[in-house]
Write a protein that binds this ligand. Structure first.
Ligand code: PEP
Ligand code: MG
Length: 575
């Protein structure tokens, strides 16, 4: 039967292959009463399964390669902690002993209790962690059934296999590094779920949030994963299959063709240079940066060095990471953003937590100024690295003049501390600020007077302008980069900075969206920073842009208050 399911695309591209169902052991768990005489043996069976699951996690941890994203280690750690918790490792024993439940039933019963508690939690990130509990329980159930913890299809067929699962634990996902699957789809998972985070790093077509895919799809069904449109086609007929094969090869060819632009200078048709920079989270992203031909790193989100670990990185460890990036860029600039912790970017321990409204709370620069020792250590580490390349410092989430003044005096203090020790740094290191709070965009002269450069963080600027949580699925449809208020703030910021001679960039997701490149160019933007994978597609847009046409059209978009007309004009701009 031919049908189509819609989900959330978390990783782009099109893949066609055969379904490989990852069994959801939980759904298949047996429920039966055991005899009094079998209690001891059943508890023994349960304990042995817990021990085996523990060994499996330890084995996966031992296989994590040095280049695996830092999140992997943290996911496994979290699963080990959940497994060690007495509510899972001991409470089911009571259910076996007192209620005569078989081990699987006792475990699932206990899990449902825990999951129900998590469902009550308001914080969407924490609520999503119930999935980690489910994944751990599934692992134990699989060992109870004597099965393997993860699918191991024949290697030869892997590229043609599309993994279909109710959910995939991030620990199981590590195996995707070794196994080259064609793609994967899952029933659950929002765009902020761990599975989605890992999916992006694997760069294979993937969809999440398909709801009942696992139940509706049979092993070996032919599937098309359209990670561009967020569509899954099951058992397509010959016409649809032919159409998608064409699209797939076109997509592959386009990406291949783009590679030729790697060393082409980035400029519009009239020769106006446009700088294209890459965003990174960790030094290990440098490979992609080099492959993209980026002119440097426009945003190094340093908070990722601090996440998923119990002990925070020392000044020296930070220095090593910043120096590695500065050196590898061989004279090309790196914009190192100071810690943007808070909101959805929490720490495993400590850090800004338990706030009534985290996105509006002690986040980013606010948190750093409240923790001067932490901030000073980071500033010293960045300054020390500035001797090894072209380093710039970027301050996130600024809104007040006193935040800038205080930060600048902290930089001065950090320099003094290094001077006292005779440690070298680039004395002329430039300090910039992020424009990501509407107040900052509206009070720009206050920023331009104090800072060397500016960078617009459109992700937060949109969140704070439209009052919608950027991580909340329920309001995702209201996240609109083309809202007139958003466009106004962006255009005004670019134009005011250009007039005042303050270098200005955009480093939010809008910079990596080819459909918006000409609009931003028309507003006067000449510096874009985005994830490396997007860079060549943006360069292609830039190379085919006629500024004389783009500028007046962009101004017309700005004057527009009818959303339908805005989209019409954008189409014209992109034609
Ligand atoms: C932004 O807000 O657009 C930005 C680049 O910062 P982050 O996405 O890290 O909040
Ligand atoms: Mg931001």
């Amino acid at each position: 039967m031919n049908f189509v399911l819609h989900g959330v695309a978390v990783s782009a591209g099109i893949t066609i292959g055969h379904a490989h169902l990852v069994s959801s052991a939980r759904l298949e768990a047996a429920h039966y009463e055991i005899a009094d005489s079998a209690v001891a043996a059943e508890i023994f069976r349960f304990d042995a399964a817990i021990a085996r699951a523990r060994q499996e996690l330890a084995a996966i941890e031992a296989h994590v390669t040095a280049d695996a994203p830092a999140e992997f280690g943290a996911f496994i750690n979290l699963h080990r902690m959940i497994l060690a918790d007495s509510s899972l490792s001991h409470a089911p024993r009571e259910l076996i002993r007192e209620r005569r439940m078989n081990a699987e039933w006792a475990l699932v019963q206990q899990m449902e209790k825990l999951v129900a508690q998590f469902e009550e939690i308001e914080d969407p990130y924490l609520r999503e962690r119930r999935q980690d509990i489910e994944q751990v329980v599934e692992r134990v159930l699989k060992t109870l059934a004597g099965g393997n913890a993860a699918p191991e299809p024949p290697a030869s067929a892997e590229g043609n296999l599309i993994v279909v699962a109710h959910d995939l634990s991030p620990a199981d996902m590590i195996l995707f590094k070794r196994h080259k699957f064609g793609g994967f789809v899952t029933d659950v998972g929002g765009v902020t779920s761990h599975t989605a985070i890992v999916a992006r790093s694997l760069n294979i077509p993937a969809l999440v949030g398909l709801h009942h895919a696992r139940q509706m799809i049979r092993e070996n069904d032919v599937l098309i994963v359209d990670g561009i449109q967020g569509v899954l086609v099951v058992d397509p007929d010959a016409v649809v299959l032919g159409e998608y094969r064409l699209r797939q090869s076109q997509h592959g060819l386009e990406r291949q063709k783009l590679k030729r632009l790697k060393s082409t200078p980035s400029a519009t048709l009239d020769g106006t240079p446009v700088e294209l920079f890459a965003n990174i989270e960790l030094p290990q992203d440098l490979g992609d940066v080099q492959d993209s031909g980026a002119q440097g790193v426009g945003l190094f989100r340093t908070e990722f060095l601090f996440m998923n670990r119990k002990v925070l990185p020392t000044e020296d460890e930070q220095f090593e990471a910043y120096r590695e990036v500065a050196k590898a860029l061989e004279g090309r600039p790196v914009v190192i953003r100071t810690l943007d912790l808070g909101a959805d970017k929490g720490l495993s321990e400590g850090g800004p937590q338990d706030m009534p409204n985290p996105a509006l709370g002690l986040r980013a620069i606010r948190y750093c100024l409240s923790e001067p020792q932490l901030f000073l250590a980071q500033l010293r580490a960045i300054l020390r690295a500035s001797k090894y390349g072209r380093v710039r410092i970027l301050l996130p989430m600024l809104a007040h003049a006193h935040e800038i003044d205080q930060s600048l005096s902290m930089v001065k203090q950090a320099k003094q501390q290094l001077d006292d020790k005779g440690v070298g740094y680039d004395a002329a290191v430039e300090i910039g600020g992020m424009i990501e709070v509407p107040a900052a965009a509206l009070a720009l002269p206050m920023f331009m007077r104090r800072l060397d450069f500016l960078s617009i963080g459109t992700n937060d600027l949109i969140q704070y302008t439209l009052a919608i949580d950027r991580t909340d699925d329920a309001v995702a449809h209201l996240y609109d980069p083309l809202h007139p208020a958003v466009l106004h703030l962006i255009a005004h910021t670019i134009q005011a900075a250009n007039r005042g001679g303050t270098p200005i960039a955009v480093c939010g997701e809008m910079a990596g969206e080819p459909g918006l490149t000409r609009l931003l160019l028309g507003f006067g933007l000449r510096n874009f920073s985005m994830h490396a994978q997007q860079l060549l597609a943006i360069k292609e847009r830039v190379l085919r842009t006629d500024l004389a046409q783009a500028q007046p059209l962009a101004q017309r978009v700005l004057r527009q208050s009818d959303p339908a007309k805005t989209r019409e004009l954008l189409l014209k701009l992109n034609s």
